[in-house]
Design a protein around this ligand. Sequence first.
Ligand SMILES: NC(=O)c1ccc[n+]([C@@H]2O[C@H](COP(=O)([O-])OP(=O)(O)OC[C@H]3O[C@@H](n4cnc5c(N)ncnc54)[C@H](O)[C@@H]3O)[C@@H](O)[C@H]2O)c1
Length: 534
Amino acid sequence: MQQHIVLVGLSGSGKTTVAPLIAQSLGRRCVDTDTDIVVKAQRPIADIFAREGEAAFRALETQALAAALEQQSLVIATGGGIVESSANRELLRANAFVVWLHARTPSLVERLQAMTDRPLLGDNPEDALQKMAARRTPLYADLADLIITTDDQSPQQIADEVVRTYSMRQQRSASAGVQVSTPGGSYAVLAGPGLLDSLPQHLHQLGLRGRAWLISDTTVMALHGDRVQQLLRDHGHTVEAYSIPTGEQYKTLDTVRGAYDWLLRAGVERGDVVLALGGGVVGDLAGFVAATVLRGIAVIQLPTTVLATVDSALGGKTGVDHAVGKNLIGAFHQPRLVLADTNLLATLPSPERAAGWAEAIKHGVIGDAALFADLRQSAADVLALEEPITGELLQRAAAYKARVVSGDEREQGTRILLNYGHTIGHAVETESAYTLRHGECVAIGMMAAGGIAQRLGLFSSAALAEQQAVLELFGLPTRLSESIDIEQVMTRIGSDKKVRAKRVRWVLPTEIGAATIRDDVPLDLVMDVLSDLR
Ligand SMILES: NC(=O)c1ccc[n+]([C@@H]2O[C@H](COP(=O)([O-])OP(=O)(O)OC[C@H]3O[C@@H](n4cnc5c(N)ncnc54)[C@H](O)[C@@H]3O)[C@@H](O)[C@H]2O)c1
């Protein structure tokens, strides 16, 4: 993760002056490793050098750097010699966007004339700087993600250049996105702030020049529908819009019928495109409408919830619920593009955000231990929608699903792993009459499946506790409330789609980052685990 911006360069290159300007522009905190060392040691740097020598100073510097890098998204000014230590270079390479502020020696000498606390410069600063430059230049150059020649620029100009380049790289890495490749279609999954504005350009590139049929729910249409329609009209598209009622209880064939009536009466054609703007309910339902009307037209998913961004919008599973259970009617229909503008998440109520992260935590538990660890570390920041960490973790969680789906579009093999937590989760969701959110039910389902795995000796108690801790950091439920009837949950498990030849196929974790499938779990063990979750 390149979230810290670290300034390196010789004494006098302007790191301490420029760092606060960058921090101010990006709304971040700024630290200076030299200042941190002085505050901690309660002595000037020259004194540390004189009494304990350079090696002791470098050790203090490594401690100060490591402590700074453990925090989130800082701008860090460093001492000129920080690159001399290989430990420091490794830390920087792994954790930072490194900017080398470069200047010619005469400029440095001029700037340094007023300063006294420069222990390595001695009586002949010009000569000392030249020697340092010769030694450190290859080290700076090797580490730098960006090199700025500072001689003729003001500190503000330098800061502006850093911010511009850094932001461009962030956007580029977000817009490079993730690719899903399946027999049913290949497409990009893009997540990041402000991406909605690129929709007209994407429609053009995909050759989708027919009418755009925007489907959303009443809530999201009221918040963001006008903007999408205006954007497309401004770029010469014809747009029609249709709202379905908000809520899982409307993810039904009756609602689908209403959408068919609207599309067919208004003359939808094969070359048109459905735009699904909303959470998983809209994505599933609009995707199913697109899969079936006129035997299938294009759909673009514009997810507006965390859950839809990391999970439901990609993979091509579309469908609606039936009174017997969730998602029992549907079709595989891959979108032509998934475009998630993370700015739209700002209007999403906090409990909905938290619920969505359950699916990302699930991806961490079943297959991406690094994602799990980063979610634990950044829980508060992503719940507050801090960027760039939010876009980055959404993209990584989506990337995990993209990899799985690309290898197994129709759930013949590994894709079933994505159902971790869903066997019991779906049963609890239906049993709660949809008063619990999907992600909340998945969290409970993960605790149940984790508990089953632990009793079977597949998953350690420590790993189960870790899973619980991270779910709780995101404010997700990890226990079954009294209102859920366990007997009913057991009955509903039998009608889940993952039942094959009357045997329930359980996705069970074996450690954080790995899972397996078992169909030999005794039902009384499941019953015991559910009772323990009360
Ligand atoms: N197809 C798949 O592979 C797949 C995978 C996982 C889940 N799902 C399905 O996804 C659905 C759950 O999706 P969800 O959690 O996104 O729920 P959702 O679609 O019901 O959205 C949650 C709520 O947030 C509102 N909302 C959405 N975006 C908003 C925004 N930006 N600002 C303000 N309000 C906003 C919605 O109106 C709704 O009230 C379930 O039906 C589940 O079965 C499908």
